[in-house]
Design a protein around this ligand. Structure first.
Ligand code: DGY
Length: 311
């Protein structure tokens, strides 16, 4: 059998089987399993997910490779320059996971600021003795600044949600500062990082992980946040310096941290599991049926186009 498409996991919906029917043969094998490695030399297209961090050496082992599809908008796990120089098309899934990811950031924000997990734990423990004026008091959001790192579709979608909560969105992006960002329900200022941080009661990360954004939020940057600020990361681990964040959290200088992504995931620094005022999720940003089906369709359509074009 000659393997044309090598996929590491089944996708939601029927898009992958449709691709396999159109471009036989398709092999499903876990990333770096013996079957996957054995099929690599024949593969013309790879289908993978964000944890399949391909290396240049693996590209060398795949001389027939013409396209790589990743079920993610993020492409930081792929050797992009090496793909470019070998003429290998990279197909990702922008656009279709915007609302799902912004919704999850909102869920983290409300869970953190209204202490949802602690309230649920209290109730389930059987220790709740009734309503009390001072019980599990959270933080209101209306009227406060919401700093958003990244003015792409997800950052702008989160700004719309923040506005509806009565917050004032503020943007930082890699294009520099000055001017305004139109986020669909209004305009918000694009600020220098230092100014944005100093005005952010809530800081939500929505930029890609690149050489420029790795540890953008280091100890010094985090020190600019107002006392009691909340940090949300639904973008990529590695943008936030987790050690520095944990130190500030443990010192009581942050209101809380909501994470969906981690540096080196799926490994999670055990300090997070003991840290106070955190909501920790296992990378669920795009995890809705509708979104994952749409991602699979976009990915498979893109691969079909790339394979047909290079026939
Ligand atoms: C992406 O697409 O990059 C997301 O992190 C997946 O949920």
């Amino acid at each position: 059998m000659s393997i044309r498409i090598l996929a590491t996991s089944p996708l939601v919906g029927t898009a992958l089987s449709g691709l396999g029917a159109r471009f036989p043969e398709l092999l499903l094998a876990p990333f770096r399993s013996p079957e996957w490695k054995a099929a690599l030399p024949q593969a013309e297209a790879l289908v993978g997910v964000l944890s399949d961090a391909l290396t240049e050496a693996e590209l060398d082992a795949a001389p027939r490779l013409r396209a790589i599809g990743t079920l993610s908008v993020g492409v930081n796990h792929l050797p992009l320059e090496a793909c470019r120089s070998r003429g290998i098309a990279v197909v990702n899934t922008p656009g279709v996971l915007t609302d799902a990811t912004a919704d999850l950031a909102l869920a983290l924000l409300l869970a953190l600021t209204r202490r949802v997990a602690e309230g649920e734990a209290l109730l389930r423990s059987g220790a709740w003795t009734g309503w009390e004026p001072n019980q599990l008091l959270g933080s209101g959001l209306a009227g406060k600044g919401c700093g958003i790192l990244g003015s792409g579709p997800i950052g702008r979608a989160f700004a719309r949600r923040a506005l509806v909560l009565g917050m004032a969105p503020l943007f930082w992006d890699r294009t520099g500062h000055g001017g305004e960002v139109d986020f669909g329900l209004g305009q918000a200022p694009r600020l220098a990082l230092r100014e944005l941080l100093s005005r952010s009661a809530v800081l939500s990360i929505h930029c890609p992980l690149t050489d420029q954004t790795r540890h953008l939020l280091d100890r010094q940057a985090l020190g600019q946040l107002p006392a009691g600020a909340f940090i949300l990361n639904t973008a990529r681990g590695g943008i936030l310096d987790e050690d520095a964040t944990l130190d500030l959290l443990e010192e009581g200088r942050l209101g809380g941290v909501g994470l969906d992504v981690y540096e080196g995931e799926p490994r999670v620094d055990p300090r997070w599991l003991r840290a106070p005022r955190t909501v920790l999720l296992p990378h669920l940003g795009s995890a809705t049926v509708e979104t994952r089906e749409a991602m699979a369709r976009l990915l498979c359509d893109g691969l079909a186009t790339a394979l047909s074009a290079s026939r």
